[in-house]
Design a binder for this molecule. Structure first.
Ligand SMILES: [Mg+2]
Ligand SMILES: [Zn+2]
Length: 227
């Protein structure tokens, strides 16, 4: 079953109990952030994970010289840019809590990512990160699959959350989509476990072999794999 099957195309019959209503009903997926956005102005957005999705996962990346874009990822980001969809990067950076890198290191790496994308005429509209780790800094609302950073991004960028896409290489990147009745696309990396793939499919998320294929799904265009 694909996520599309859960979209509200079917007309409920009179004898359908309330809990059989479509999962995508926006009224059912109100959050503090969606209540604060103007319904007239909202835009569909793409929420992108960072490590293993846009850049190669180097684990607690600290040195900007170690930043490498995933092949063809910049082309996918540029396609979202051309479609005028805000590209919002949301990343767990527990290396900060663990003392492996500082906030300044994180910002330097972020700037390097922006520079590399710019070389391909692509850009991230905004970056959000969680610097915590529950074992060290205690529980927080911003570490994915928590939705605090998404809530912030939705308000700051006037996002139509329910019509947006959540893309990453881990299940936790996609689970926040559930809070909004939105769609998620898992793009497996070498770090992705078979369990994450299985659970993502069980949750009704899509699977794509590359960020370019995910972009084709989002933009509803044919996907031609890059050589
Ligand atoms: Mg990742
Ligand atoms: Zn956090």
């Amino acid at each position: 079953m694909t996520t599309d099957d859960a979209l509200p195309h079917a007309t409920p019959t009179h004898d359908a109990p309330a809990h059989d209503m479509p999962a995508h009903d926006p009224a059912e997926h109100q959050t503090p952030a969606t209540r604060r956005t103007s319904k007239a102005l909202v835009r569909r957005a793409v929420f992108l994970d960072r490590d293993g999705t846009v850049i190669v996962d180097r684990h607690y990346l600290r040195d900007p010289r170690d930043v490498a874009l995933v092949p063809h990822a910049a082309n996918a980001v540029r396609r979202f840019n051309y479609a005028l969809m805000p590209v919002l990067m949301v990343t767990n950076q527990s290396g900060i809590a663990r003392g492996f890198l500082s906030e300044a290191d994180y910002r330097t790496v972020r700037a390097r990512i922006d520079d590399l994308l710019e070389e391909s005429a692509a850009f991230i509209d905004d970056h959000y990160h969680c610097p915590h780790h529950p074992d060290i800094t205690g529980p927080c609302e911003c570490r994915k699959p928590g939705i605090a950073l998404f809530e912030q991004a939705i308000v700051e960028h006037q996002v139509d959350a329910g019509a947006s896409f959540f893309i990453g290489d881990r299940l936790r990147d996609l689970l926040p989509a559930k809070a909004y009745g939105a769609q998620g696309i898992l793009v497996p990396s070498p770090e992705t476990t078979a369990e994450d793939v299985e659970r993502a499919l069980a949750e009704g998320f899509r699977l794509a072999s590359s960020l370019a294929e995910a972009a084709a799904i989002v933009l509803d265009i044919p996907h031609t794999p890059e050589p």
